[in-house]
Design a protein around this ligand. Structure first.
Ligand SMILES: [Zn+2]
Length: 378
């Protein structure tokens, strides 16, 4: 409880830092603005003291930042993962102005996940001030491409996570205020169906209609859905045909898949990559474009975190989501991963995005306790 009081006294400072971060808009594709936010975070972390800071310059997205406390200590680090980019293009602040109503803090990216960055920093700083950081390195990685699937940071995330004791993902809690102990994995596929073009009037019999072949495949693909067990397969885009009087020779489609377990994701992958043509002479191929593996539920991790919270007067609950995060990568590597440690609130990616202000000191207290007691609770 001592922790919670400490953080409640920091409310003004917490609000001020959150306002500063939200004011700096940081749409993923807007490198200049994201870099400006990274500059601010770099100097803020430096001013907090005690951290070694490394900057990883990026060409296509904002630079990444890695801050290390207790850098010279032996032992496996605790690794915080947080992303600075948002889904809100520059100018969103005008449409959805930053404001506080009923103790809720509104603003683009406030919940997902600038408040999460503030919470992690507050927890680390408080322990540092009390000379109570755990006797091992504490790393905070700030990335800038999470909202587009982390194509540039995935390798670095995996490299840093590989020899970590615990990964703490600062994504927001579920709208119900729970930790995210499972996340579905997702993969995107490109489906190509090739037939043969022919004049629809003069020689239709010489054509192989790629749209008909696609339609038959689509009905089979639809059958792969198993919503009861969390598996979904959705054909999300399709284009095909060339002219009104030509038997279509080509169809391209996009498929979005989600699964709860690695086994389910793999069996989907198998089914999609071994589709066989139905019509003589047609060709069908399906290729995976990108994927995040599922984060499978590990009850022992939640139990340990919940026990630490409880002994500090905080009750936490668990839940899950169909959306992915960088935690999917580290969990799939077998590294203990706690996700959804960020702010409580609602409306991530939407215009009513907001943070419940009282959750910030609470989560900071929870995280400070996790850092201090995770080893002892083993
Ligand atoms: Zn996020």
């Amino acid at each position: 409880m001592q922790h919670l009081t400490t953080f409640k006294e920091r409310r003004a400072a917490i609000k001020a830092l959150l306002s500063e971060l939200v004011t700096l808009e940081s749409f993923t594709r807007d490198k200049a603005r994201v870099d400006a936010l990274i500059d601010t975070l770099e100097s803020t972390i430096a001013a907090g003291g005690g951290a070694l800071i490394e900057r990883f310059p990026q060409a296509a997205v904002g630079d990444f930042l890695l801050a290390k406390w207790n850098a010279d200590m032996p032992g496996k680090p605790y690794l915080f993962l947080a992303h600075c980019d948002t889904v809100h293009p520059a100018g969103s602040l005008e449409r959805m102005p930053m404001r506080i109503e009923d103790e809720r803090f509104y603003g683009p990216g406030a919940l997902d996940m600038k408040a999460g960055i503030v919470i992690a920093l507050e927890a680390i700083w408080a322990l540092q001030r009390g000379d109570a950081l755990p006797p091992r390195p504490v790393h905070l990685l700030l990335t800038t491409d999470e909202e587009i699937g982390s194509p540039y940071s995935e390798a670095l995330i995996k490299e840093l996570a590989a020899d970590c004791e615990l990964v703490l993902v600062m994504e927001p809690a579920t709208p119900e205020g729970t930790l995210k102990t499972w996340r579905k994995g997702g993969a995107k596929y490109a489906l190509t169906v090739e037939g043969r073009a022919a004049h629809a009037g003069i020689a239709p019999q010489e054509g192989i209609n790629a749209i008909i072949e696609f339609a038959r495949q689509a009905l089979d693909i639809q059958q792969l859905n198993d919503l009861k067990h969390g598996t979904s397969v959705s054909i999300t885009r399709v284009e095909g045909g060339s002219a009104g009087n030509v038997i279509p020779a080509l169809v391209r489609a996009h498929i979005d898949t989600r699964a709860l377990t690695v086994a389910a994701a793999e069996s989907l992958h198998c089914a999609l990559t071994s589709l066989q043509p139905k019509m003589p002479g047609a060709r069908v191929s399906c290729r995976r474009l990108a994927q995040r593996p599922p984060m499978e539920r590990r009850p022992e991790l939640f139990a340990r975190a919940a026990a630490i919270a409880e002994s500090n007067g905080i009750t936490v609950y668990e839940g899950g989501t169909g959306g992915g995060s960088d935690g999917n990568f580290t969990a799939a590597m077998g590294i203990p991963t706690l996700d959804g440690l960020g702010a409580h609130g609602d409306g991530a990616h939407a215009t009513h995005e907001h943070v419940i202000l009282s959750s910030l000191p609470r989560q900071a207290a929870f995280i400070a306790a996790l850092l201090q007691e995770w080893d002892c609770a083993n």
